[in-house]
Design a protein around this ligand. Structure first.
Ligand code: SAM
Length: 491
């Protein structure tokens, strides 16, 4: 098989968290397992990580191919070499949310307390819980911050939640077709879908795993309803019109008449082969509870956001409407978040974020290419005082594995820089003090400088690191070629 411009074969990995997770509503989830996939190469400073959050029925398998499958990952159009989330530049992580049935712990897994399937003994989870569990995975992978977090629909809610729950970890967030709270209409549609499952007698209070029955009808109906909300009137008319299914005239009975009926039935039933009915219930509940407002105020709820944000709406989405996303943009603007807003012009409705790769390519690449020094620099900088000796400098370099050490005066202002190259000078010249060996004419940058300008500056002067200073000449970070590797490359 030819995989085209794709990642080729990829594999899902599993991580079992070694502790119980405290959930938002006060209960616990015992040592859950997280399924995840990674694509691309992590650079030396781990500054090129993009976390992709999946929509409601998605999985960790966002891109590339699983051996033997006839379909690639759910966002293969967007993630891969040369694609909007370019795996030649970024190290991409996607994990399956808890409560799902795609490898992370959910209601179809065994409850360690009972030895039986969780079913309804699985705790109620929220979007915040999903994010907290992803954070455990990042801790395990020793990822300290994210160059970007991105997601559409339920993935967009997670991206928003990440920016609020872990503001100092997130440098850029991209939210597509998701609002800051579930609207009445969204909750209403979720409830109708749940009812379809709950009222299927084969659902059996969620206890169907060790029986021959499965609430296939209910789950299929839920998916059919959901699917209508993900499409638009125009795209349905375009695709099916009023064409009949395998007949020339009406039968005037309740058999399948129209192509759209047949299509929805097919969608519904094929979905029952790949998704668990209880997971459907738990995840739609998590969507319903999602509300970032605090004391009825979105400003209050979003005020901890520090990262740059890109909000993308879809012109024909009637479930997560343009108006809802524009309200979010307005509030972000009002609290001085650095926010950009784009609209996908598409007929495909809510699902457009899975389809419109051309427009997404332009919008996402444009946003991410404007990366600044503060998106990738290290904020933990080791510095030396001019009064310290050469030996201390050498020890610091060796023990902390640092290549560039800024030297500060008594007022904490930058007055020099020392590298291993300077230490070798110390031996040659038999110098004792930092002052004698440091470079005093230090080249620096600001946190809002573009990483492309910084990269040129480093090349031009044949050096590999720049202290990042503020307007008072205080060092607030450091950026080296290791932070920029992968992010700046020549095609
Ligand atoms: N590429 C190596 C590096 O960046 O250290 C070696 C090149 S360069 C010949 C080494 C000299 O550059 C050292 O004396 C060091 O103090 C100096 N240097 C490193 N970073 C600097 C910076 N940001 N501004 C000025 N000089 C710097």
């Amino acid at each position: 098989m030819s995989y085209g411009k794709s990642l080729g074969i990829v594999k899902t990995q599993y991580y079992q968290i070694d502790e119980d997770i405290e959930l938002e509503i006060g209960n616990k989830l015992q040592k859950p397992t997280i399924a995840y996939e990674t694509y691309g190469t992590l650079n030396e400073e781990k500054s090129n990580v993009i976390l992709v959050c999946h929509p409601f029925t998605g999985s960790a398998h966002a891109a590339g191919w699983h051996d033997g499958d006839d379909k690639p990952g759910w966002w293969n159009t967007i993630i891969g070499p040369g694609k909007p989330i370019d795996t030649k530049k970024y190290y991409v992580i996607c994990s399956n949310v808890i409560g799902s049935c795609k490898g992370s712990t959910g209601p179809s897994d065994i409850n360690p307390d009972t030895g039986d399937f969780y079913a309804l003994s699985f705790p109620i989870i929220t979007i915040k819980d999903m994010v907290n569990v992803q954070k455990k995975l990042l801790d395990h992978l020793d990822i300290k911050y994210l160059f970007a977090v991105i997601g559409g629909s339920m993935g967009g809610m997670q991206a928003l939640q990440w920016s609020i729950s872990y503001p100092s970890m997130i440098r850029n967030a991209i939210v597509i077709a998701a609002g800051a709270y579930s609207t009445t209409q969204q909750i209403a549609f979720n409830e109708v879908q749940r009812r379809a499952i709950l009222e299927d007698p084969l659902w059996n209070q969620g206890n169907y795993y060790n029986t021959d029955s499965y609430p296939e009808q209910g789950l299929s109906l839920a998916r059919m309803i959901g699917h209508i909300t993900y499409l638009s009137n125009d795209s349905m008319r375009e695709k099916f019109g009023r064409r009949l299914q395998d007949k020339d005239q009406f039968s005037y009975n309740f058999d399948t008449e129209f192509q759209v009926e047949s299509y929805l039935k097919h969608q519904g039933f094929s979905f029952t082969k790949r998704f668990d009915a209880n997971s459907y219930l738990y995840l739609t509940k998590a969507l319903d509870y999602f509300d970032l407002r605090v004391n009825n105020s979105l400003e209050e709820g979003l005020k901890s956001i520090k990262c740059r944000m890109l909000i993308i709406s879809i012109s024909s989405d009637w479930l997560y409407t343009q108006e809802q996303l524009e309200e979010l943009v307005m509030v972000l603007n009002s609290i001085n978040v650095d926010v950009s807003y784009s609209k996908l012009n598409s007929e495909y409705g809510h699902d457009a974020f899975l389809i419109e790769n051309g427009q997404l390519n332009y919008i996402i690449s444009n946003f991410l290419s404007k990366a600044r020094v503060k998106d990738v620099m290290s904020k933990q900088v080791l510095t030396l005082s001019v009064n310290q000796g050469i030996k201390e400098a050498a020890e610091l370099m060796l023990n902390e594995n640092k290549t560039h050490i800024p030297v500060l005066n008594d007022q904490n202002q930058l007055i020099g820089i020392v590298t291993a190259w300077d230490l070798s000078k110390a031996i040659a010249k038999d110098s004792d003090t930092i002052d004698e060996i440091m470079t005093k004419d230090v080249l620096t940058c600001y946190e809002d400088d573009s990483i492309y300008d910084v990269s040129s500056k480093l090349k031009e002067h044949n050096i590999s690191g720049l202290p990042v200073i503020d307007s008072d000449n205080n060092v607030i970070g450091i950026i080296t070629t290791a932070h920029l590797s992968n992010l700046i490359y020549k095609d």
